[in-house]
Design a binder for this molecule. Structure first.
Ligand code: NAI
Ligand code: MG
Length: 362
């Protein structure tokens, strides 16, 4: 089937990493493996320089109409002083908000060849493959009231409010259970039901939703204990589902189990369309625009290419091809081909485009 994706390369190393995905798409299209039509637009500082906004209404309309959005990275010192609403990150936030991307997927995969780059002992992480499903549009980052009040005695009181509804918990749990079915069929839900009302509700709703997914194994863990277990024995997990705040922290912990920022992809998914059954989705590397290495051909394109693989799997229904892309990444690393961020000592790093060519050859 034909698919139509919006490509937003952005700033800094965003376009450099995206160029390597462009090569792969050109090849899979030419081989008849895919029929991907790409439309390219500006986002971030590049969009601001062009028309004074971090993303145009026209680009937003294309994002809403596309099967998926592939996003590079935005930002850089050049735009430090632009108006707040036009800052590069505003483009990213508008995409997440207008596409209503409530489910953030952060895989932590440890390729055997990079096990020694982990913060943990190699044997604890070698072959690690976990997926953190973080609720992205609710919880304490968005709950009202959110304010700072000055009290009568002159003290200040800051308030953030953790709020979750049954609907919000149910829909993120469904995403986690559905994803588990495509993996090792295990979901671990993390909250703090011992001290938080929202934790009690979270636990209850996830358990109730599980009735529709009896084939998936469900466990519950207190989020602090979950953090400990992630560092003690991460391979015990398959899919972890958790709220916005705990997910933010736990996914950063999981990221460090795997090595470099240049390796980490992510996906953000929205609600299923009632008629087409398709989800709005955006795929992006976890890293930023890396101004310190931009324009030098040093960027590692693997996070961007792995984000493309996630798009193949979750938006375009091409799980086999996604696995082939991920196998190509593993093989290239096994062959000792490394960009500077993962080279370590004794390996001469290759350039961004040499890494892209090596992936394509695999
Ligand atoms: P960063 O992720 O851009 O860079 C952090 C460090 O990791 C740098 O030393 C960089 O060279 C290195 N690095 C990152 N990605 C790499 C790759 N693919 N290959 C090799 N090395 C890589 O984060 P930083 O420096 O905090 O932010 C730089 C700019 O990016 C800022 O303007 C920030 O606001 C923006 N940013 C944008 C994000 C996005 O577009 N989603 C996310 C994070 C930051
Ligand atoms: Mg974070």
């Amino acid at each position: 089937a034909r698919s139509n994706i919006l490509v937003l390369p952005g700033d800094g190393i965003g376009p450099e990493a995206m160029a390597e995905v462009d090569k792969i798409i050109a090849w899979t299209n030419a081989e008849g493996l895919t029929a991907i039509e790409t439309d390219v637009d500006l986002v971030g500082g590049a969009a601001y320089d062009d028309h004074g906004q971090a993303i145009s209404d026209a680009a937003m309309e294309k994002a809403l109409a596309a099967d998926a959005v592939l996003f590079g990275a935005v930002g850089g010192p050049k735009w430090d002083d632009v108006p707040y609403d036009a800052r590069p990150e505003a483009g990213l936030l508008r995409l997440r908000k207008d596409l209503a991307l409530f489910a953030n997927l952060r895989p932590a995969i440890c390729y055997p060849a990079l096990a020694s780059a982990s913060s943990l002992k190699p044997e604890l992480v070698e072959g690690l493959d976990i997926l953190i499903v973080r609720e992205l549009t609710g919880g304490v980052y968005f709950g009202e009231p959110k304010e700072v009040v000055t009290l009568e005695n002159g003290e200040q009181r800051a308030v953030d409010t953790q709020v979750y509804t049954t609907h919000e918990i149910d829909r993120i749990a469904r995403v986690a259970f559905e994803l588990a079915r495509t993996r090792s069929n295990q979901v671990c839900s993390m909250e703090k039901r011992n001290v938080m009302r929202s934790g009690v509700l979270w636990n209850k709703v996830v358990t109730a939703t599980h009735a529709d997914f009896q084939d998936v194994e469900l466990s519950h863990m207190l989020a602090d204990a979950g953090g400990m277990q992630l560092v003690r024995a991460p391979k015990q997990f398959d899919v972890i589902v958790t709220d916005n705040l705990f997910g933010d922290m736990l996914s950063d912990v999981a990221a460090m189990l795997t090595g470099s920022l240049g390796m980490l992809p992510s996906a953000s998914l929205g609600a299923e369309d009632a008629t087409t059954g398709k989800r709005k989705a955006m795929y992006e590397p976890v890293h930023g625009s890396a101004p310190d290495i931009a324009g030098q051909g040093k960027a590692n394109p693997i996070a961007m290419v792995a984000s493309f693989a996630m798009m193949l799997r979750y938006s375009l229904g091409m799980a086999d091809l996604a696995t082939q892309v991920e196998t190509a990444i593993a093989n290239v690393l096994d062959a000792g081909i490394r960009t500077g961020d993962i080279a370590g000592s004794g390996i001469t790093p290759v350039s961004t485009s040499q890494m892209g060519d090596a992936l394509l050859a695999e």
